[in-house]
Design a protein around this ligand. Sequence first.
Ligand SMILES: Cc1cc2nc3c(=O)[nH]c(=O)nc-3n(C[C@H](O)[C@H](O)[C@H](O)COP(=O)(O)OP(=O)(O)OC[C@H]3O[C@@H](n4cnc5c(N)ncnc54)[C@H](O)[C@@H]3O)c2cc1C
Length: 183
Amino acid sequence: MFPIRPLKDIPHTGQAAVFLVETAKRVHMLVRSAGLAESMSRYLIRRIEETPTIVFWPHTEIVGLEGGVHLESVRWRNSQTGQTEEHNINHVFVMTGADPNTALLDDCVALDAKGFIKTGPDLSQENLNTAPRPRARPPYLLETSLPGVFAVGDVRGGTIKRVASAVGEGSIAISFVHQVLQE
Ligand SMILES: Cc1cc2nc3c(=O)[nH]c(=O)nc-3n(C[C@H](O)[C@H](O)[C@H](O)COP(=O)(O)OP(=O)(O)OC[C@H]3O[C@@H](n4cnc5c(N)ncnc54)[C@H](O)[C@@H]3O)c2cc1C
């Protein structure tokens, strides 16, 4: 197996491409979807479009990594045309999303389809009815299906995955904890 290097401190594929092209001769940006508009700000898309050394490949996924001691070439395939091509490339950075570590909570609090914790208004009536402990009131904003248990930050479903929002949610949750303690 070749080392696949994490891109520390760069949260977004577009930001990563713009950052890497400052030192790399060329950055190939492979995305499985048709374009960037769905997930990226207009400003970032313009930066990418205006940078000739960033080569954008839509509908594309990696299908092979080749080399000896180090990675030497990458093979990718266009999912629409089926065409495969190989390029001499020594580094691959993977930015394909996150997997919440919530398996241990499965029977405890309601999770969404991707395993993130559901809270407050996101909880369905069924989630509330099947909770391990009954509740006497609707859930608070950041409260899970288990009364008195709150979830904040990246592990919570529907969040924007940023430090500031995680910290902010933490401080909001504390005020709800005080309310629960007074009940
Ligand atoms: C590469 C990268 C770059 C980023 N850059 C930015 C940025 O520039 N600006 C920005 O605002 N956000 C950025 N983010 C997002 C930001 O890091 C997160 O939104 C933020 O850290 C969320 O905080 P959190 O406390 O919810 O989760 P985390 O910071 O992920 O903390 C969760 C903690 O729980 C621990 N844990 C997991 N499972 C268990 C368990 N079973 N028992 C005990 N502990 C457990 C983990 O080890 C971890 O320490 C970046 C993220 C990544 C991955």
